[in-house]
Design a protein around this ligand. Structure first.
Ligand SMILES: Cc1ncc(COP(=O)(O)O)c(C=O)c1O
Length: 351
């Protein structure tokens, strides 16, 4: 029987997410180059041995909400956890916008558009300016005219790495008649957050993740921060018992001792700035400044440079949206020795 008899057209039209696996210096997923400290892992394992695994997790979510609320200086009811902030992007889209408009900047993080299309939404992209800033008049005009069901803006933006103007973000949030999601996946590397603006704006949703600065990409845990009533509605779109006991124990342990994360962030930011300076010296590439843990750069032939780097065992992310970014590559900031391997390979290939 034809697949269209089984599946919605939106599903059939989507290209499946696929990331090729390679061995080498892995700088393609904006992960932390270092694992969490082994003492924390031991603590987690010991905690897991003490608890029953045959029971569903019941009180864990509330306990983690309280712990995180204290860490952030918000209330437990301001928080919703899910298995990665990607899942929250899906829940937010599902909860607010079936067959409506979703407003994003362009270029930006691809998952917003994937989820939007899955639910039959029309995606409206506002092109960023040459320096990747948001054109204020165009964005606000589009917001008023199109009346989208949801707005997604990462700050810092991905894959460009820049921060957006704070006053403009606030203007967008106060102008919108819908939820505005500010995705702060990389906020620890920029030191900038809109957390203090939550009280003033009941349509503001902030997304965070354990996958980047906390060095826990393998855990799959993200959270959103918003008004309790917004959180309550999003909870309904997520499945119960989703916070597994391993995830819970790990999150509790790292929130008890977050100092390792602060140390990692310091080194990554220093390395990011060194990489930027070194890359600026390489002729025939254009590197953009970043406030995140990655750098975007353009070369003459993106695909060729990507493949040559692979043959030097350096794994980057190719960025080709067929619009503004065609010959671009994104490099995650690694450990100092990994960054040196990358720099040497890049100099050899394009320098
Ligand atoms: C802007 C942005 N938001 C969200 C995510 C996804 O984070 P998570 O691992 O929590 O699903 C990423 C991951 O690369 C990202 O770049």
């Amino acid at each position: 029987m034809p697949l269209k008899n089984f599946f919605r057209q939106e599903v059939l039209d989507l290209t499946a997410y696929h990331l090729e696996e390679h061995t080498g210096v892995k700088l393609n997923q904006n992960e932390s180059p270092w694992d969490i400290p082994v003492e924390l892992k031991t603590e987690v394992v010991e905690a897991l041995i003490r608890i029953p695994w045959n029971r569903y997790p019941l009180s864990e979510t509330r306990t983690l909400q309280k712990k995180m609320a204290k860490y952030l200086g918000v209330w437990p009811d301001n928080l919703v956890f899910a298995n990665g902030s990607n899942v929250l992007i899906q829940a937010l889209t599902f909860a607010t916008s079936i067959a409506r408009e979703i407003l994003v900047v362009d270029p930006t993080f691809g998952i917003y558009e994937v989820e939007a299309k899955l639910f039959g939404n029309r995606v409206i992209r506002v092109p960023l300016r040459e320096d990747f800033s948001i054109p204020p008049d165009l964005f606000l005009k589009t917001l008023k005219k199109e009346k989208p069901g949801l707005v997604f803006i990462p700050n810092p933006n991905a894959p460009t790495g820049n921060l957006f103007d704070r006053d403009l973000l606030i203007k967008i949030i106060s102008t919108a008649d819908c939820l505005v999601v500010i995705d702060e996946a990389y906020c620890q590397f920029s030191g900038v957050t809109l957390l203090d603006d939550l009280k003033e704006h009941d349509n503001l949703v902030i997304l965070r993740t354990f996958s980047k600065a906390f060095a826990l990409g393998g855990l799959r845990l993200g959270w959103m921060i918003a008004e309790p009533e917004i959180c309550h509605q999003i909870q309904k779109c997520l499945l119960p018992f989703r916070l597994g006991k391993l995830t819970f124990a790990t999150a509790m342990a790292v929130l008890e001792s977050p100092e390792y994360m602060e140390e990692y962030v310091k080194v990554v930011c220093k390395e990011r700035d060194r990489l930027y300076q070194e890359m600026k010296k390489i002729k025939r590439i254009k590197v953009y400044p970043s406030q995140a843990n990655f750098l975007l750069f353009e070369v003459e032939k993106g695909e060729a440079v990507f493949r040559k780097l692979l043959s030097e065992k350096v794994i980057l992310r190719q960025v080709n949206d067929g619009r503004r970014l065609v010959n671009a590559l994104r490099v995650s900031v690694g450990a100092p020795e990994e960054n040196d391997v990358f720099l040497n390979a890049l100099r050899k290939i394009v320098g």
